[in-house]
Design a protein around this ligand. Structure first.
Ligand SMILES: CC(C)(COP(=O)(O)OP(=O)(O)OC[C@H]1O[C@@H](n2cnc3c(N)ncnc32)[C@H](O)[C@@H]1OP(=O)(O)O)[C@@H](O)C(=O)NCCC(=O)NCCS
Length: 176
């Protein structure tokens, strides 16, 4: 397990957050990790404006993991109401993946969703094509709800699709 300090993101962290998320999710840099969206989507995963909106929203937050001065991981948390918490934008620097940080960030997200928003159930969404990622979430206790959500092909802020039929599966875990 790599040693990190976890803390909530502030607006000064946005440039580092943007670089981290893009490097983990998309493009050639992401292929150094064990799982990536690079075969499904090109273009951006996020942008500084979205990150600023999340940080400014009292119903959301970004938890960050630091190794010294280097940002090596992050996860977005959000209150979806009715005791449901959501996490997304889960990112670990491709150079330090498979060292246990992803699992630690998921645990931190679950704990924060429970303490901050009173979440009893945690939700995430994932592309079904990413079978090794889905298997990992299952090992973390998440189950496929059978529900799906559409991918918005008309919004380039979400990325530039490289295939047809993209959609998300919804996975959930009881934490109470
Ligand atoms: C998903 C992600 C956050 C995981 O971070 P991480 O630090 O690698 O996670 P961990 O080290 O805690 O766990 C890695 C798991 O993958 C497994 N793994 C490692 N290499 C693997 C491989 N080549 N194939 C399949 N599984 C593999 C490990 O055994 C481990 O499983 P375990 O926890 O059951 O032992 C990271 O890969 C990432 O940032 N990916 C790109 C962004 C992304 O896809 N985010 C999720 C979108 S829904």
């Amino acid at each position: 397990m790599i040693e990190v300090i976890l803390r909530e993101a502030a607006s000064d962290d946005i440039p580092a957050l943007h670089a981290l998320v893009e490097s983990a999710y998309r493009g050639e840099a992401s292929r150094a990790g064990w799982t990536t969206e690079a075969d499904l989507l090109d273009g951006q995963r996020t942008d500084p404006e979205e990150l600023a909106e999340i940080i400014a929203d009292p119903a959301q937050a970004l938890l960050t993991a630091w190794r010294g001065e280097a940002l090596v991981g992050c996860v977005q948390i959000a209150d979806h109401g009715h005791g449901i918490g959501y996490f997304g934008m889960l990112s670990v620097s491709p150079t330090v993946q498979a060292g246990g940080l992803g699992r630690r960030l998921v645990a931190a997200a679950e704990a924060e969703l429970a303490s901050r928003f009173g979440a009893a159930r945690v939700r995430l969404t994932a592309f079904p094509q990413r079978e090794t990622l889905r298997a990992w979430y299952e090992r973390l206790g998440y189950r496929d709800t059978g529900r799906t959500l559409p991918f918005d092909y008309g919004n380039p802020r979400l990325g530039l699709p490289l295939c047809e039929g993209l959609h998300f599966i919804v996975m959930e875990k009881e934490i109470a």
